[in-house]
Design a binder for this molecule. Structure first.
Ligand code: Q46
Ligand code: ZN
Ligand code: ZN
Length: 304
């Protein structure tokens, strides 16, 4: 006997473990969207009338973020950053394009190689690839949002990402990082650091995959070639094993962290931010880390 949906007589499409229930595609979709809405309200992620820039990678999390925000009626546009990592990046861009076309949402594309001369992974540096990739992406989406007057940047981080991040940083006692994590990072430095929000904060990766499937959202399944062997993947695996044995582990871990986060706040070193000599964006030294890394002599301008 196939299991039936908790709310109707249709065959179940997914079994949720926490809370435990079987749902059909329609009722699962409703459950998922209600949860995103609740996250937005609970953490006050978006104020009425705000313009949101969704960073879409071509992958499932950002695709679902854009899809749900649009469906809930928010004013969104999308930004795809082509990292210049060979075929992987070409396919990613193609997926981002198709996702935004299907949604009828404007898509802006920034190509790292065209913009900065080299793709991610092509720079000769001692800095790990993911470290300068992260720095580059964060700078570009923030500057793009700032130059074009967006009120917030939304990313696709889900519950698994957040739980993994917290655990990995606890294992190394990176208390500085633990002081700053959460579903929302308010605007700072006169708005030059645009507000960052994570609407999928309380949804598991498994739920995001199921939502994409139930709603016909296509996405790039391949992982970035530089992600292989990343600690975060191992840590997420451990959390998945725990979740299996004790449903609710991840959400309780993350919510507990949010309640206790202030314990780490004393660890925050006061860095005096000033304006980067090159681009005018916040910097801890004379030149910001982006302009230093890419040896910029001129500011980038993304104004449309
Ligand atoms: S940081 Fe590293 Fe990712 Fe950049 S180089 Fe690839 S794996 S894409 S989230
Ligand atoms: Zn149902
Ligand atoms: Zn700069």
């Amino acid at each position: 006997m196939p299991m039936r949906c908790k709310f109707c007589e249709r065959p179940a499409f997914i079994k949720l473990h926490y809370p435990k229930m079987y749902l059909c595609p329609e009722h699962f979709t409703e459950y998922f969207e209600r949860k995103v809405k609740r996250t937005i309200e609970r953490y006050k992620l978006i104020k009425p009338g705000e313009r949101i820039l969704v960073v879409v990678s071509g992958g499932k999390d950002s695709a679902v973020t854009a899809f749900v925000l649009k469906k809930l009626g928010y004013d969104i546009e999308c930004l795809h950053i082509n990292l210049g990592i060979g075929e992987y990046s070409e396919k990613s861009e193609e997926y981002a394009r198709r996702q935004c076309e299907a949604l009828g949402v404007p898509l802006h594309i920034v190509r790292v190689k065209e913009l900065l001369g080299k793709g991610i992974g092509e720079v000769r540096t001692r800095r790990p690839t993911c470290s300068y990739c992260g720095l580059t992406k964060r700078y570009i989406f923030n500057k793009f949002a700032y130059d074009n007057g967006f009120d917030a940047v939304a990313t696709g981080h889900n519950l698994d990402d957040e739980a993994g991040f917290i655990l990995a940083n606890l294992l190394n006692w990176n208390t500085q990082y633990l002081a700053k994590q959460g579903p929302i990072t308010p605007a700072q430095f006169n708005g030059k650091l645009v507000k960052k929000i994570k609407p999928l904060y309380e949804l598991t990766e498994r739920e995001v995959v199921a939502y994409a499937l139930a709603n016909g959202i296509e996405y790039h399944i391949e992982e970035c070639p530089h992600a292989v062997g990343a600690t975060t993947i191992e840590v997420k695996g451990i959390l998945n094993e725990m979740e299996e044995k004790r449903p609710g582990t991840k959400i309780n871990f993350v919510k507990g962290y949010l309640r206790k986060k202030e314990l780490f706040e004393g660890e925050l070193q006061e860095t005096d931010l000033r304006e980067c000599r090159v681009c005018g964006m916040p910097a801890s030294g004379e030149v910001c880390s982006f302009c230093r890394f890419w040896r910029r002599e001129e500011p980038l301008n993304f104004r449309l």
